[in-house]
Design a protein around this ligand. Sequence first.
Ligand SMILES: Cc1ncc(COP(=O)(O)O)c(C=O)c1O
Length: 666
Amino acid sequence: MPKTLPNMKADQSDTESKLPVTDSFWTASDSEQIYRSQAWGQGYFSIHDDGHMYVHPMGIERVGIDLHQIIEGLSERGIQTPVLLRFTDIVDHRLQTLKSAFAQAIEENDYQGGYVAAYPIKVNQQHQVVEEVARYGHQLGYGLEVGSKPELLAVMAMTTDTPGQFIICNGFKDAQYIEAVILAHKLGRTIIPVVENIRELDLIIKFAEKHGVHPRIGVRVKLASAGSGRWATSVGIKSKFGLTITELLHAVQTLRDHDMLDSLELLHCHSGSQHQDISTIKSAITELVHVFTQLHETGAKLKYLDVGGGLGVDYQGSASDQASSMNYSLEEYASDVIYRIGSICTAKDIDHPTVVTECGRAMVAYSSVLVFNVLGSTGPSDLIDPDLVVHDDNPSAPQPLRDLRHALNALREGSQNLAEIYHDTTRARGDAMSLFSLGYLSLEHRAEVERLFWTVCSLIQSACLDMEEVHEPLAGIDDLMSETYFANFSLFQSLPDTWAIDQLFPIAPIHRLNEEPTKRAVLADITCDSDGKIDLFVSDTGHPEHTLNVHEIVDDQPYYFGVFLVGAYQETLGDLHNLFGDPHAVHIEIEDDEWSIREVVKGDTISEVLSYVQFEPDRLARSLEKECERAVKRKAMTVRESRILSEFYESGLNGYTYLNPEDKIS
Ligand SMILES: Cc1ncc(COP(=O)(O)O)c(C=O)c1O
């Protein structure tokens, strides 16, 4: 269970940067070209002249918070990275921005109905996040959306003081769930169960009659419009959710038979998450509005049109229709939704409904930043030797070795046949590996092959720097020469979508941004899983790249990266792979243009994650103690040694599951 620390006011004066002297020619705007915070950050993030990444929770024109300063301040308080920073003011700003975009669209399109949003809590169910959305959302007339019994129970308890805040209940429902919803009407709640299948409607009618409640009811329709991108199959005629048109007509008739047709207030669809292409949204909404208007003609006078979620987040900052991007703005989305609904309803002479959106990702993605430290690196640089001595061309040496020596000599003599030399080099290395596997290459020769290969490649890479354009086969030389930086976090716990669906998240150092990043690297996490690495990054080309620009690691100087826009879906989807638990989560808020730490939710301890998988930490500690006693008895260990080991074990159990940033791998 997470523990909380009391409120702490951040000390903003004693966290001076202890970084090395910076290169004067490299500026923050050079770093901006590479890391592109303005493209993906929506004004919430910027690279400052002091080389630090800043967060602007209320938009770029308002107060900026130095991320590095926060991390140093937390470190002084014993809160080590990895840490998840949550900016509740960003959540508020997003909710307000959504409201403003729809208000503008309503005005421009002379729309006669209203607009409200429902926050789907599955997107980020952390109590502090839902509480903030519920609190601030209530002021804006927003409600909450739940998709399961546990989510319903959480939201019902959370809205006891705000019974008017509407709750939309999606997802599959059993009798108990539906009876609870019907009874919630009696508590005065504005709660709308959305019928996902016909059986649910029968249960709603049964419990409404049993408890004498005239409920509000919604129906979800299975649209035929095709989706796009990763969630394309969650819509269309094969979608697992919603009623077919035949079932919808049956539902209307059933309600009419029970004299409950006026209970049917809301028509719902969800056309998939992270819409990358506005045209799929347009098609889905057009189809939905036609269903809506025709239902009206059958006598079902619905009041709400719920267009579901799906508003994208431009993680990539490329404003394109690639999977981690979107080719439209929030304003265009709002305008399209309102225009389509308004114009079709007007043409059919039907009152404009209140539009409901359930855009979760776009509400909360920006509000969280994961920060981790780098522990060390590995890569070809240790094997590159500019002064490598090339041995005489002895004809008895293995041919691949002779080829590599020849390649190095050619480059040193100024040969410009880079592509040819590169081909020869990769071929020679392949041949050398085959010889080794057949037992014909000694370890010494293999070591020389390694050094020659990487030295030749590094010379080719340097020569490529002078070229205007680098073509195949040399186009991948930077990736080949990249390093692996070991990062203190678990991909499976903190960025599960990176692993599961190749989701791109913007990543950048949070400091040293006025120093040139001279290397390229992939980021490997600390799980024992080769999938636990990030090798897809936002780039300035508009397409993802396999390596990231990074700074050289300076001994004894922490090096921190931020992974941005991680507020949606990552936390609850994360798992305990290798028993790395939840990282610390720190809530930061702005008051009078100053930031402070509202709450620290401590990450899992080792003892906690062990209990999640049914180990009993106390029992483990006792059994180790007994073993130590036995070792003392047979004089394999002194009493003092046994105490050191037992104390280490106990403090380990109470410690963080991640590595101590002071320890380095290399
Ligand atoms: C019914 C429903 N509403 C809303 C959402 C939220 O979608 P998004 O976060 O993409 O806006 C989802 C997510 O899949 C959903 O299934």
